[in-house]
Design a protein around this ligand. Sequence first.
Ligand code: ZN
Length: 377
Amino acid sequence: MKTAFIYSDDFAKYDYGRGHPLKPFRLKLTYELIKAYGLLSLPDVRIIEAKPAEEADLLLYHTSDYIDVLKAANGGLEIPWEGSYGLGFGDNPVFEGVFDWSRLVVGASLQATELVDSGEVPIAFNISGGLHHARASRASGFCYVNDPVIVISSLLKKGRRVAYIDIDVHHGDGVQDAFYHTDKVLTISLHESGRRLFPGTGFESEIGEGKGRGYSVNVPMPPFSDDELFMYAFNEVVPSLIQRFRPDIVVSQLGVDSFVTDRLAHLNCTTNGFCEVVRKIKDISPRWIALGGGGYEITNVAKAWTLAWAIMNNVDLPDELPQAFLEQHPLEGFRSRKLRDEEYQERGPRKEMMRDEVRRIVAGISENVLPLITPPI
Ligand SMILES: [Zn+2]
């Protein structure tokens, strides 16, 4: 099976600033681990150099006044009115090249889309993508532009039916909002409950409105949920939704900030559950555009997305990290020399309470939301 990996060393050129949790360097680290495992020289792999999107592509979702503001911010200096567009101190700082970075991420996701939609490859992966919080005229949650919304919009223009699966620990709020009123896109987000976590949305009662009723699906997981609960929820909900909706293409956001060692949230997942979910997405997707997402412990990002890329290419990797790679990155904090995490399981009364909560949520979706979806004729 042919696959495409969209990448540029320029991804790592950008810097959100000291102390900001999102480190674009994680993308280079991932690329280097993938390369060290020999996964870029497989016969069916195409490596595509990422190219910046055109401004017209950004306007598929974003407003022209917001794009003008981002452009003006590209020099890295504070600009008037930035606060009303979500820019400034905190989550979405103005940094040098912020507009160039945004164009490059969107360009890479559109390249992945073009390759998959044209039938050249059934699977393409843009690890820089998945910036699911940005809104039409506002930056949010480390995201300046929303590449999933832009690629889905480009597919809708061609009449495609698209399902979006988001496993980032944070609710995929920007993507949900963009398609909340349409039955042409099915959005599914599994995430830590918004009761304690940004962006504070994604409750099971959010199911879409008007024609879109039933086409937004949310599985808010209780804090501290582990692989077992996450996989249970995924398996109970996602395959049957996809089977009923019958998309032409699946777009997925593969955030890895759900891991027990990621400090930005409170889920307790590992590479083990992540790989099971990625395998399942591969099984149920007729064609698949895979995007990155959150992940603030950079060794997790490199390991998990290397494993994901191996699954996309049907390769089983040895668990020992390549020695040359470890020697090249002595300061990146690879605590174990293993690619995969050890199993992690919650136990005791807290686990049973979480299990009851997840059972209740998935049963509600199967009974009340799934039947609202009309299969294509
Ligand atoms: Zn996230």
